[in-house]
Design a protein around this ligand. Structure first.
Ligand SMILES: Nc1ncnc2c1ncn2[C@@H]1O[C@H](COP(=O)(O)OP(=O)(O)O)[C@@H](O)[C@H]1O
Ligand SMILES: [Mg+2]
Length: 296
């Protein structure tokens, strides 16, 4: 079992323990703002418990095979630290809305869902950080299906009914620092709902009551849907996933044009060991494999 698997298991086991840290002898985290005690997402999440089944995630191609995990763990560590820094102001100025992180890409099949899952899991290993993974790919809610919440109320339902408390739809997971908001039900007016002004309020609400919460949005492709453009206005940080040897350069440039003016756009080169440089932030990551897996 790899180190990351062991750590995830430990977290899952500790998730069954009482979440009140005062009941344990664990040392208090110093990075936390004074006066704020650490609460697990369970303190906020009211939906049914969602187990993070590594087998199901792996079978869906959303978790790297065992032999590639160590490489990915190192690469995700590099990716997450600057994002966390800007999200909660740890070692860097805190960005306005920096806790709302959108995982985007020009086209489908570039690795948005893979990146959202692996980044969220990697972030969930951080102390004094709570991670909310949101399935905002309402047209193709793969994540909700894989996590067994395909028919559950979620983001769309909260958008449809502004009186609804979105926190009541958030599902705790068996990782004490990770929670999940499914895409929700009904899809006819999904585009309009995601593009509504209420989306902005809802996103802000997701982080308002909890200064240690980072929200990771899995999203639809920028060039193939209109709702992702709206989401990009809501997010404080955008990570554009670029699949190596897959995305034609003009297509990527078109997608980046849509994000012009956004203060914080990073690029992740997926499924390649190369790291490239540009005016944007680039991170190379991916498994060192002879043949990359097929696109979705
Ligand atoms: N870094 C990676 N290593 C291994 N497989 C990956 C990686 N990134 C994506 N994949 C695979 O590529 C396919 C498309 O990824 P996915 O995250 O579903 O793309 P998107 O959400 O952008 O449509 C999936 O089969 C996934 O398993
Ligand atoms: Mg996807």
């Amino acid at each position: 079992m790899s180190l990351v698997e062991k750590t995830l298991r430990k977290l899952q086991e500790s998730g069954r323990a009482p979440s009140d840290p005062s009941a344990s002898s664990a040392p208090r985290q110093t990075a936390r703002p004074e006066g704020e005690s650490f609460r697990s997402p369970q303190a906020h999440a009211h939906g049914p418990m969602v187990p993070i089944e590594r087998g199901a995630l792996r079978a869906a191609g959303l978790l790297a095979p065992q032999e590639d995990l160590q490489v990915l763990v190192r690469q995700y560590r590099k990716i997450k630290h600057p994002l966390i820094a800007r999200a909660i102001g740890r070692g860097a100025p805190r960005l306005e809305k920096g806790y709302l992180i959108m995982i985007a890409s020009a086209m489908a099949g570039e690795g948005k869902t893979f990146t959202a899952v692996n980044l969220a899991l990697s972030m969930a290993l951080e102390k004094d950080l709570r991670v909310l993974l949101v399935d905002a790919d309402v047209a193709k809610p793969q994540l909700s299906h894989v996590l067994g919440r395909g028919d559950a109320p979620g983001l769309l339902d909260a958008l449809r009914d502004p009186a609804m408390d979105v926190e009541s739809l958030i599902c705790p997971t068996d990782l004490p620092t990770l929670s999940f908001l499914p895409a929700g039900t009904g899809s006819e007016e999904a585009t309009e709902l995601l593009a509504s002004a209420h989306m902005e309020q809802l996103a802000a609400q997701l982080g308002k009551n909890d200064g240690q919460r980072v929200v990771v949005f899995d999203s639809p492709p920028l060039l193939q849907t209109t709702e992702s453009a709206t989401l990009s206005h809501v997010a404080g940080q955008i990570v554009v996933v670029v699949r190596a040897d897959f995305t034609p350069q003009p297509v990527l440039l078109d997608a980046l044009k849509m994000l012009e003016g956004h203060p914080d756009v990073s690029l992740v080169l997926n499924q390649s060991m190369r790291t490239i440089t540009s005016p944007y932030y680039y991170y190379g990551y991916g498994a060192d494999r002879a043949a990359p897996p097929g696109g979705g």
